[in-house]
Design a protein around this ligand. Structure first.
Ligand code: CTP
Ligand code: CA
Length: 224
């Protein structure tokens, strides 16, 4: 409905959306990253703005133009994204974590480029855990009634994994999609099930990322 009807059901609300994928640097020229394009998060930001929200988009390495009428904050790493989310969430009515956050980062950052040496095997890369931003925001609501939404891309037992993840994270809604060879990453379309902490399951058929975004906002509007 949001896409064609002139709805302003998010007027007066501040929503925070994270998008893209974090990059965890190994040295000045290399990083550990992921395949998230940022398109779903940007679609969420555009549709929320169209529905009247004040939108803060926290963009991690998405190669996409800043959407009009949206406050965009560019970040690189998971630690930087966490700082930006906690700051923006302070007065937010909803926080949607569409970004793919690296679970681990290299334990050490080499300030100079890592070089290979003749006859030497490469040193293993030691990793440490990144903070879980979604779990933290869910546990520590900055404002009464703040709605927190997570995403999960799963390959097997999609719904069972999604339910378990929803409970583990403590968020209100979890948007679960199945990933495979051709599915989701970088594509213009998406298919998902929106799971809620109150037990509902809302399947969203394969279609434009804007349509999924509007279905997610429909569920958020009901709860804010
Ligand atoms: N997320 C987060 N901080 C992290 C990892 C994930 O905020 N360090 C958020 C993502 O933005 C997403 C949700 O948590 O909204 C689920 O991410 P996912 O990677 O599926 O969850 P994990 O708990 O990392 O589980 P897995 O081991 O399956 O990767
Ligand atoms: Ca993860």
């Amino acid at each position: 409905r949001g896409a064609d009807a002139a709805v302003s059901d998010l007027a007066g609300k501040h929503v925070v959306v994270s998008a893209g994928g974090t990059r965890e640097p190994l040295d000045p020229v290399r990083f550990l990253g992921n395949r998230s394009s940022g398109k779903q998060g940007y679609a969420l930001a555009r549709t929320a703005a169209a529905r009247g929200a004040r939108v803060t988009l926290l963009s991690a390495n998405a190669a996409l133009p800043d959407p009009a009428g949206v406050d965009v904050v560019h970040v690189g790493t998971a630690v930087q994204l966490r700082e930006a989310v906690l700051k923006a969430a302070a007065d937010a009515d909803a926080v949607v974590m569409a970004a793919a956050v690296a679970d681990f980062r290299p334990e050490v950052y080499a300030t100079g480029k890592i070089k290979k040496k003749d006859g030497e095997e490469p040193a293993p890369v030691a990793l440490v855990r990144n903070p879980d931003i979604l779990a933290e925001v869910s546990a520590d609501r900055q404002r009464p009634g703040q709605v927190v939404v997570g995403f999960a891309a799963e390959t097997d037992d999609v719904l069972a994994n999604g339910r378990a993840k929803l409970a583990r994270k403590g968020c209100d809604l979890l948007v679960v999609n199945e990933v495979g060879e051709r599915k989701t990453f970088g594509s213009e379309e998406n298919e998902a099930v929106i799971l809620s902490a109150d037990g509902t399951e809302t399947p969203v058929p394969y279609g434009p990322k804007e349509a999924l975004a509007d279905r997610i906002w429909d569920e958020v509007v009901r709860r804010v």
